[in-house]
Design a protein around this ligand. Structure first.
Ligand SMILES: *Cc1c(COP(=O)(O)O)cnc(C)c1O
Length: 357
């Protein structure tokens, strides 16, 4: 189906005159800068932060684009992927009128962001094996559907979606298909950025919060066709990525090898944790994972959760979530952390065994 971004965009955004910052109107790096009301003397910190940062993060996008094989014009950077999610709602979904399709169980921010923006939600649950219900999705699409959110590998189930299923959805839908790849570095699946050329309606989200170990910096990326990136740039706060973040991540990109090493270590820890958990009688099932966490089905999730909290080990209780009955979501920790978790689970095991005698 032909994708026309102009048809999808909210009319007032199309005609919006964006804020023009000082660094928009003059983007040169040399000169006497008397245009932005900055403090010319300097900062009170050791490092200088007195000048506004590049609003379009050009250097960062150049280097990131090289690593990801994506041209800078296809990259949007946000204050976490959460900012990109919010901006997509604000650009494309008319409050009280349009809807988005969510595929539970999935990442909670899509629903929260839809609610903040007063956008209707249509839920099409995943199948029992946590894959896309293609028929259900196709049935749910109507003239007011603007975005379909697909998380792959999915949080909290941990699995990736079948590639051909995602492409089938992208093919039959005139709106945006957002593929959230927050966990892609832990998976052997190729990124959907490869498909952007053939599917103009794809928006691929990634983040520095997980594999890169930079959650505190708040940097997320949205890869999309340049027309979509321009729209997000038009409505974002002018200096949404701080100079400190830009500089720090620029340096981090030089150490991509270290990221790969950490991912390898986490994956090896994941396999070991998986094996140890499977050995515990209180564990009914450990779901296959393409991410840095495991979805674990247990006998008594609430009691185990509380037992672990008492031991200062915090996992995520997902037992109230659709299709995740009795499940805890456990992030893969360091070798020592995983050992502590398994020891605590063993304690729980022996205490409950004794109580049953
Ligand atoms: C953790 C996570 C993110 C990351 O969000 P940031 O705002 O970039 O920290 C995005 N999507 C999913 C599914 C996640 O689990």
């Amino acid at each position: 189906m032909a994708f026309e971004v102009e048809k999808l965009l909210r009319p007032h955004i199309a005609s919006l005159l964006p804020y023009s910052s000082a660094r928009d109107e003059y983007s040169g790096t040399e000169g006497v800068f008397l245009d932005a009301n900055e403090n010319p003397i300097g900062s009170i910190t050791q490092e200088s932060f007195n000048r506004y940062p590049d609003p379009y993060q050009r250097e960062l996008k150049e280097d990131l684009g090289r690593i990801k094989s994506v041209p800078p014009s296809h990259i949007f950077l946000g204050n976490g992927s959460d900012e990109a999610i919010d901006l997509l709602f604000r650009a494309f979904c008319n409050p009280g009128m349009d809807n988005v399709i969510l595929l539970p169980p999935t990442y909670g921010m899509y629903e929260v962001s839809a609610n903040i923006n007063n956008v209707n939600i249509q839920k099409v649950p995943l199948t029992r094996d946590f894959q896309l219900d293609i028929k259900g999705i196709k049935n749910a699409i109507n003239e007011f559907t603007k975005i379909i959110f697909i998380c792959s590998p999915n949080n909290p189930t941990g699995n990736k979606m079948r590639r051909e299923d995602i492409l089938q959805v992208a093919k039959c839908f005139e709106g945006l298909v957002v593929v959230d790849e927050a966990y892609i570095d832990f998976s052997d699946e190729a990124s959907f950025t490869e498909e952007m050329e053939n599917y103009q309606n794809l928006v691929v989200l990634q983040t520095f919060s997980k594999a890169w170990g930079l959650a505190s910096l708040r940097l997320g990326m949205a890869y999309a066709a340049p027309q979509i990136v321009s729209i997000l740039n038009k409505i974002k706060p002018p200096y949404n990525i701080s100079g400190l973040t830009q500089k720090t991540v620029l340096a981090a990109l030089m150490n991509y090898g270290r990221v790969k090493d950490m991912v390898r270590e986490i994956l090896s820890n994941r396999e070991e944790l998986n094996a140890k958990l499977k050995d515990l009688p209180v564990v009914m099932k450990v779901y296959p994972s393409d991410a840095n966490f495991l979805l674990v089905k247990v006998m008594d999730p609430k009691r185990i959760y509380e037992f672990l909290v008492e031991k200062k080990i915090i996992v995520r209780d997902r037992s109230k979530v659709t299709l995740c009955e009795n499940c805890l979501r456990i992030t893969v920790g360091t070798w020592e952390e995983n050992k502590a978790l398994i020891a605590a689970m063993n304690d729980y095991q022996s205490i409950t065994a004794k109580a049953q005698k």
